[in-house]
Design a protein around this ligand. Structure first.
Ligand code: ZN
Length: 301
């Protein structure tokens, strides 16, 4: 081994018998063959008698395996966990890092040995950035974590206003395209249903002035103000639409005669947005089995 390579070696097990040479940078990671064989059926086969690397290990007591396509940080995280080196692993991974770990875990079938770490990594987190939510959803999908997948996709339905297909295309190189397409199509469907529900809530809203509402005067001007604030429902994230509806109408074009009337109108607006949030905020997430199998939800729920 030359000096340059020696500097690159990460000794997860300093006296380990196998060195993985990873990625285009050829970073070297030294591990125990027994640990990786126990953690991954795929690597178990690779280090077994039917593969050259396994034969070399049996003959000489050590082996080197090149994994040029894999992500070195993800491999390092996974190997640290399966070697019990949890002091080297962060509890919180960014959605992008987590997706890389999920891709490697899926490829080498490590999800059982990583089960507890996966739950910590996927534990609920805030955030509404669509790209991060998409990465989280895909990671949850690859880890086969039903609840986390449902949560991330629900947040995507609420917080993304643009095309899901465009979002999915960014992962074409690393994910099964059918899964990407199924997810994007089902998200689109779920968001359409939710937008339609919002529209129905508005149309069914109580647009009368006064507390004994039905006897009050009908207020199409309130409805028009609501529609004006909602803006382009078809192109805006549902969360942004609700925020716009909640916003105090300092810039309102509608003439409001007095404070009391203004407050009644805002109350009417609020009852619609709050009712909608209560019923739908955490709904709309996708079922992992529907995405995986493409079959009707009734067949597996
Ligand atoms: Zn289903």
């Amino acid at each position: 081994m030359n000096e340059e390579n020696a500097q690159k070696t990460i000794d997860i097990a300093p006296d380990g018998d196998v060195v993985f040479v990873i990625g285009t940078t050829e970073k070297r990671v030294r591990v125990y063959s027994l640990f990786v064989k126990a953690a991954s059926p795929v690597l178990n086969a690779m280090l077994g008698p039917n593969f050259e690397e396994g034969q070399q290990l049996a003959k000489t007591g050590s082996a080197e395996i090149a994994l040029p396509e894999d992500n070195v940080e993800a491999i390092e995280i996974i190997f640290n966990v399966i070697h019990g080196r949890n002091d080297k692993v962060r509890e919180t991974l960014s959605p992008r890092e987590l997706l890389q770990v999920a891709i490697v875990s899926d490829k080498y079938d490590c999800s059982v040995s990583l089960a507890f770490a996966i739950r910590v990594w996927l534990s609920p987190r805030g955030g509404s950035d669509p790209e991060e939510l998409w990465a989280l959803a895909m990671a949850a999908y690859l880890f086969r974590e039903r609840e986390a997948f449902e949560k991330a996709t629900s947040a995507l339905v609420f917080n993304h206003g643009e095309s899901y297909i465009n979002l999915s295309r960014k992962h074409e190189a690393v994910m099964n395209p059918i899964i990407l397409l199924n997810t994007a199509a089902m998200l689109e469907e779920a968001r359409n249903k939710l937008r339609m529900s919002l529209l129905m809530d508005v149309l069914n809203g109580d647009w009368h002035c006064g507390s004994s509402s039905k006897k009050g005067r009908h207020r199409p001007d309130w409805l028009m103000e609501f529609v004006r604030r909602a803006g382009n429902l078809g192109n805006t994230a549902i969360s942004s639409t609700l925020e716009a509806l909640d916003q105090d109408a300092g810039s309102s074009v509608t003439y409001i005669a007095d404070e009391a009337e203004y407050s009644r109108r805002e109350q009417t607006f609020k009852s619609i947005t709050e009712g909608f949030r209560t019923r739908h905020q955490n709904a709309g997430g996708l079922c992992i089995w529907c995405v995986r199998t493409g079959e009707d939800h009734g067949n597996h729920k």
